[in-house]
Design a protein around this ligand. Structure first.
Ligand SMILES: Cc1cc2nc3c(=O)[nH]c(=O)nc-3n(C[C@H](O)[C@H](O)[C@H](O)COP(=O)(O)OP(=O)(O)OC[C@H]3O[C@@H](n4cnc5c(N)ncnc54)[C@H](O)[C@@H]3O)c2cc1C
Length: 483
């Protein structure tokens, strides 16, 4: 690929942004990103209406990956750049604040909060996943960053290093007589919308062009009738010929590349928030990142627990986000003569979540954070994942279309790699994928396994959104607090 090759990227979420940034930094001078949503003006703020997996208030940065050490390593490399980005933003904020993207000029000029990550078990024993995670932490020489709740040496080290107050933030030992958890002091969260706005700002500075518009930026098809000259068609009727097209459309990817259906599937995650009242400074203090870590409850515990909940400290507006991961909902529709799961339309989005998801969030609060129950839920939202058959990303050329690549399959864990993902994508796009660990992991693939991360269920499965009863505002109140 020549440096003046015209590269067209569909999607300005994490996958498209990171790819664009690393392509430009590798010397490619003609990179254009299309998006049907004006992510620049909105600064990726979901509150302003941007609908994508990346446009969110916060996302977890973790290094715990069970036996998947390659993701653990990539997350550590990303963390080094998250650190650098924090430093760059802090110094711009003091010296040349007006050069920061608008969302970073307002509020705290910071992306990455190393508030710790408490992997809290719902069962009475540690899961195999947890044990394997700790083994790999040991292997990488970072076991010292982890504090196991039942390990005396770890508890002592947590006290010495100022982490003891985050070891049992839900007072489970005192209240239930059992607390199985590991606190990762190197992990935390990033402010997702600010991070995307920053990456877009860096990509622009590196020379990337962005077309972010509901008609000029909305891609309706990728034409490969001439395989050496792929053409992107946008809603305004314009055709854009490129040397290479990269489809990084998140949940919309399989709709644009129907051949990816079966390898990736769009599903909805369920998210709820609680708004802390301004006059409850006690709660603002308790749930601040200084005092409260990211918490998961019963995650990766398979058969021993069915909880699968994650929560964040409050953000700078006093919002606490809580997500339910156990069931991801599908939304099948007609696309190019096929039935494919796609996100609910950007302008007719669904904000209500299914009852089982809301009930699980409420159970987490009632059991672990009862002081929040009286406030009730403040909002709910569906957030669209792109799951692959094995939870690993999909970055490769599309079979039969040599100049079209797919860059997707984030499977609910892609955000943390924003600073570094594109480095690996560029290697794949340059045809070196077979030589790299990630190129081999993310290649186009099929599976004949009976269980394929739920993709085997299709439209007949029980997770179809249309089959669920959705929660309404009345359900947001906790029963014991109804007056
Ligand atoms: C509920 C939830 C929780 C998550 N939590 C975490 C977490 O804690 N930590 C973590 O690391 N990861 C997490 N993830 C995963 C992470 O958010 C995703 O992997 C990542 O954001 C995906 O980015 P993307 O670019 O593939 O897709 P998206 O962010 O969805 O972006 C796709 C973009 O493509 C655009 N687009 C689509 N179709 C078209 C078209 N036809 N024309 C033009 N533009 C188009 C869209 O407008 C959108 O802007 C989570 C995901 C979800 C859903």
């Amino acid at each position: 690929m020549q440096e003046d090759a015209k590269i067209l990227i569909v999607g300005s979420g994490v996958f498209g942004l990171s790819t664009a940034l690393w392509l430009a930094r590798a010397g490619y001078r003609r990179v254009t990103v299309f998006d049907m949503q004006d992510t620049e003006t909105a600064g990726y703020d979901p509150g302003v209406g941007i609908e994508s997996a990346s446009a969110d208030i916060n996302k977890i940065i973790r290094f715990s990956y069970g036996d998947e050490i390659e993701y653990q390593r990539l997350a550590s490399q990303a963390a080094e750049i998250w650190d650098k980005w924090n430093q760059q933003i802090a110094s711009l904020a003091t010296e040349r604040r007006d050069e920061l993207p608008e969302v970073l000029q307002k509020g705290e000029p910071k992306l990455w909060y190393k508030c710790g990550f408490l992997r809290m078990g719902a069962a009475s024993e540690f899961s195999d996943y947890e044990i394997q995670t700790l083994r790999n932490m040991e292997k990488e020489g970072v076991r010292g960053t982890q504090f196991k709740s039942d390990d005396d040496a770890d508890i002592e080290r947590a006290s010495r290093t100022g982490w003891a107050h985050k070891l049992d933030v839900c007072r489970r030992q005192e209240r239930f007589g059992v607390h199985k958890a590991v606190l990762d002091s190197s992990a935390g969260f990033v402010v997702a919308y600010k991070a995307c706005a920053w990456a877009q700002h860096l990509a622009r500075k590196a020379g990337v062009e962005f077309i972010l518009h509901p008609t000029k930026g909305r891609v309706v098809g990728v034409d490969t009738s001439n395989p050496d000259k792929p053409v992107v068609r946008t809603v305004d009727g314009v055709t854009h010929e490129g040397y290479l097209v990269v489809v990084a459309g998140g949940g919309w990817t399989a709709g644009l590349l129907p051949e990816a259906d079966g390898l990736i599937e769009t599903t909805a995650g369920s998210v709820a928030t609680i708004q802390l009242p301004k006059d409850r400074q006690d709660l603002w203090e308790r749930f601040s990142p200084e005092n409260f870590p990211v918490v998961t409850w019963g995650m990766h515990e398979g058969r021993v627990s069915d909880k699968d909940i994650y929560s964040f400290p409050r953000d700078e507006n006093g919002v606490i986000k809580i997500g339910f991961r156990k069931t991801k909902w599908t939304n099948y529709d007609d696309v190019a003569g096929k039935r494919i799961s796609i996100p609910k339309a950007v302008h007719a989005k669904e904000t209500n979540i299914p009852i089982p998801a809301l009930e699980a969030v409420k159970e987490y609060i009632s059991v672990n954070l009862p002081e929040l129950a009286g406030l009730g839920i403040s909002s709910t939202r569906l957030c669209w994942y792109t799951d692959s058959i094995d939870n690993s990303f999909v970055v490769d050329f599309v079979p039969g279309r040599p100049r079209v690549a797919v860059c997707s399959g984030g499977s609910g864990h892609g955000f943390k790699f924003l600073p570094v993902l594109g480095r690996e994508v560029v290697r794949i796009l340059e045809g070196k994928g077979a030589e790299t660990v990630y190129g081999r992991m993310w290649k186009w693939r099929t599976s004949d396994k009976e269980k394929r991360n739920g993709l085997e269920e299709g439209e007949d499965g029980p997770r179809v959104l249309g089959k669920q009863r959705l929660a309404s505002r009345e359900d947001w109140v906790f029963r014991e607090h109804v007056s």
